[in-house]
Design a protein around this ligand. Structure first.
Ligand code: ZN
Length: 109
């Protein structure tokens, strides 16, 4: 299961462009450092300009038969109609993480 998600995350990040030079990432440029539940820490290194970046990604897998029990019925109704994570969402997270000076400032936003 872990490796399936790792493959999915790496594949999704091939839709992200390097923030420094704008070139797209290849699978070889993307390394999953680890994960804690649905939070994944990924390092990218651009093959074109060697820019390195750390990406924090939230991977939520929809449970069709059994919704996550920690969500209230109102939250389930709210999130059921949210669009899936898009490449634009990942770019926004990537840009936000690159602008953060340290973890404390990142978490205070
Ligand atoms: Zn680059």
């Amino acid at each position: 299961m872990y490796h399936d998600y790792e493959h999915l995350i790496r594949h999704l990040l091939t839709y992200v462009e390097c923030a420094a030079c704008g070139q797209g990432f290849q699978l070889a440029d993307i390394q999953v450092l680890g994960h804690e539940n649905q939070f994944w820490l990924i390092m990218t290194e651009c093959a074109h300009c060697a820019n390195q970046a750390i990406i924090l990604a939230l991977l939520e897998i929809e449970q069709v038969s059994s919704p996550a029990p920690e969500l209230s019925p109102a939250e389930q109704a709210q999130f059921r109609h949210q669009p899936p994570i898009s490449p634009d969402d990942l770019r926004e997270i990537h840009t936000h993480l690159q602008s953060a000076n340290d973890l404390a400032s990142l978490l205070s936003d």
